[in-house]
Write a new protein. Structure first.
Length: 147
């Protein structure tokens, strides 16, 4: 059964949320877990850029899932069900829970102090809880969420 982890960031910034998603994706990839970053179409390009820039000393092999001119990558960014070959970690940055989330071993839900994002997270928590998914909550202060 899919495990769901909630990461609650002290920092009240949507950009900080995306940077944390990049760090989580890099950490998971280094541990051998394929990662799919599910996001709104308007955020995909920004997230792609952040994965190149968020740390000077690291490289995270990734691609936009719609870019079929490139081979599949262990880390992909998409806004639709294009994660057919990914079954490791789904980092959900979209406004909704994708219907196909349960094919992943793990789902990460990341929130920050932005009221709209907090509200979405509460709805998601109730969704997963009502269906019996195992859940963990990680509260991260500003220092630990930037490591």
């Amino acid at each position: 059964m899919t495990e769901v982890s909630f990461y609650i960031l002290e920092e009240a910034s949507a950009d900080h949320r995306l940077r944390f998603a990049c760090r989580l994706a890099a950490q998971s990839w280094r541990r051998g877990m394929p990662v799919f970053l599910f996001t709104e179409a308007t955020q995909a390009g920004h997230l792609d850029t952040l994965l190149w820039e968020f740390r000077d000393e690291s490289f995270v092999p990734h691609r936009l899932s719609r870019d079929t001119s490139l081979p599949a990558s262990p880390v992909e960014i998409g806004d639709e069900d294009s994660a057919a070959h990914h079954h490791g970690l789904l980092i959900n940055l979209g406004k909704q829970i994708p219907d196909w989330f349960s094919r992943f071993d793990r789902v990460a839900e990341i929130t920050c102090g932005v009221p709209e994002i907090l509200s979405e997270l509460r709805e998601r928590y109730r969704f997963y809880e009502s269906r019996g998914y195992p859940m963990q909550t990680h509260r991260l202060d500003a220092a630990s969420s930037q490591r």
